[in-house]
Design a protein. Structure first.
Length: 406
C-alpha cells in the first residue's frame, strides 16, 4: 500500500527513541539518477574512513540489500531482528505503518545500532511526504535533487513542474541543496518555487568538475552511460559540502571512491551461458530514452547485425508504449515476461503480456514472444544471435540477479 504522509513514521520513530537523530545524513530525491548519486557519495565516504550507511529503494535481489553499511548489505539476521523489534513497537503503539515506513524505520534503527556517522538516504517516492523526510534540518548535511521526469503522476502531479515541487519538499531551512543542472527548465522552476524559500539552490554542471578537490574528470566513473557525467557532477558538489564538516574527504579519497563505485542493475553487463546480457532498470520514459541512447551507440554498432533481443517486464500501470518507443527499433525481438512477487511490496504487480502487447502495437517489424518467467525468456533469447537486454523494471532485473546468484 502506498499512503504518503509523515504522521505514522514520526510516531513510530518517536517510540523507537528517534534513531534518525543519531547520525548525519545526505538526502537525495529525484526521478532518475538518484541511486547513482547515492552510490558515488557513499563510496567516497567509505573510502574516506567515515562509517557510512546507505538506504535506497527498491531493493535489488533481497529486501535487506537496500540497506548497506560501508558498502556491504546488512546481514539478513540483523535486518530481521531490527524489523521484528519495530513490528513489536508498532503493535504496542497501535500504529499501522506502511511497508515502506517500516523499512525506513528499520534502516534508521540499523544505522543507529551500527554507529553510522553519515547515512546517504534516497527518497522512496516524491519527497515532501516521503517517509524519509522525517530527517531533521540540523542532521542533514546537504540535500540533492537529481533528474526529474514524469513518473508516479497519480501521486505527484500530472506535469513536470508539479512533480518537481513535490521532490523539492526535501529542502530544509539552511541546508544547502544541489540541483542537477541538466534538468528540464520546468523541473528547475518547480524546484526553485519551493526550495528557494528556505535555502540556497546550487545547480551542478560541467563547472562541478573544477572542484574544491582539484580538477576531476567524468571518466573516473566506472558506471556506464554518458548521463553518469551529470549524476557525478551533482555528487561532487554534494561532497564538497560534506567535506566542510568532514575534512577527511580529500582529493585522494574522492578519486578512489568514485573509481570504486558500484551500482548493480543499471547498465550492468552480465553473462548468461557465455552470452552477454545488459541489465537496466529503466522504467519511465526519461530513463528509457537514456537506455536507448546507450544501446544505439554501444550495441547497435554493426550495420549488418544491429538488432537487439529485449526481455521486457513492467509494473502495472506503466505507459508501455511511451517507454518502448525510446529503445525498440525495427528488426528487434521483444520477449515479454512477468516478474516474481516483490518482497515487502505486495501492491506491486507485473503487467500482463496482453497489456504489454497493446503498448507494442505501434512498432513495425518487431518479433514479439511471450515467456513465463525470466529463465524461460533467457533461454529463448540465448537461441538468437543478437545482443540481449533485460529492462523495463528493476523487479525483473532482480529476478535475473537472483537466478544467477549474484
Amino acid at each position: 500500500m502506498i499512503d504518503l504522509g509523515l504522521s505514522r513514521i514520526s510516531r513510530l520513530l518517536k517510540l523507537l527513541g528517534n534513531p534518525q537523530n543519531r547520525f548525519k545524513a545526505v538526502h537525495v530525491a529525484g526521478t532518475n539518477g538518484k541511486g547513482s548519486i547515492c552510490a558515488y557519495i557513499s563510496s567516497v565516504l567509505t573510502v574516506s574512513h567515515i562509517k557510512t550507511g546507505r538506504f535506497t529503494s527498491p531493493h535489488l535481489a533481497y529486501v535487506w540489500d537496500c540497506i548497506t553499511i560501508d558498502g556491504k548489505a546488512v546481514e539478513k539476521s540483523d535486518f530481521l531482528s531490527a524489523k521484528a523489534k519495530i513490528c513489536e513497537v508498532a503493535k504496542n503503539g497501535k500504529l499501522e505503518p506502511t511497508e515502506f515506513e517500516m523499512l525506513t524505520a528499520t534502516a534508521f534503527e540499523l544505522f543507529m545500532e551500527h554507529s553510522v556517522e553519515i547515512a546517504v538516504v534516497e527518497v522512496g517516492l516524491g519527497g515532501r511526504l516521503d517517509a524519509t523526510n522525517v530527517l531533521c534540518p540540523e542532521n542533514v548535511l546537504v540535500s540533492v535533487i537529481s533528474r526529474v521526469g514524469m513518473d508516479h503522476e497519480g501521486f505527484l502531479g500530472d506535469n513536470l513542474r508539479a512533480i518537481a515541487k513535490e521532490k523539492a519538499g526535501i529542502a530544509k531551512i539552511g541546508v544547502p541543496l544541489i540541483l542537477d543542472g541538466y534538468n528540464d527548465p520546468d523541473a528547475k522552476m518547480g524546484v526553485r518555487d519551493v526550495a528557494e524559500y528556505v535555502t540556497e539552490v546550487t545547480e551542478s554542471g560541467t563547472d562541478s568538475y573544477r572542484s574544491d578537490f582539484g580538477p576531476l574528470e567524468p571518466s573516473l566513473s566506472p558506471l556506464k552511460g554518458t548521463y553518469q557525467a551529470e549524476n557525478l557532477a551533482a555528487a561532487v558538489d554534494a561532497l564538497e559540502i560534506v567535506a566542510q564538516s568532514y575534512p577527511q574527504v580529500q582529493r585522494d579519497s574522492v578519486v578512489a571512491g568514485i573509481s570504486a563505485t558500484e551500482w548493480p542493475g543499471r547498465l550492468q553487463m552480465c553473462h548468461y551461458k557465455s552470452r552477454e546480457v545488459l541489465l537496466d532498470g529503466a522504467h519511465n520514459p526519461q530513463a528509457a530514452r537514456l537506455l536507448g541512447e546507450y544501446i544505439d551507440v554501444s550495441m547497435r554498432n554493426e550495420p549488418s547485425n544491429n538488432h537487439i533481443t529485449f526481455i521486457l517486464g513492467f509494473s502495472e500501470g506503466k505507459n508501455v508504449s511511451e517507454i518502448v518507443q525510446e529503445f525498440v527499433r525495427s528488426g528487434d525481438t521483444v520477449i515479454t515476461t512477468g516478474f516474481s512477487a516483490v518482497e515487502g511490496m505486495p501492491w506491486v504487480k507485473s503487467e500482463t503480456h496482453e497489456n504489454i502487447l497493446k503498448g507494442l502495437q505501434g512498432l513495425e517489424n518487431v518479433d514479439i514472444l511471450d515467456a513465463g518467467g525470466i529463465q524461460v525468456a533467457l533461454e529463448k533469447a540465448a537461441g538468437r544471435d543478437t545482443p540481449i537486454v533485460v529492462c523495463g523494471s528493476l523487479y525483473l532485473v532482480a529476478d535475473y540477479v537472483r537466478l544467477e546468484g549474484r
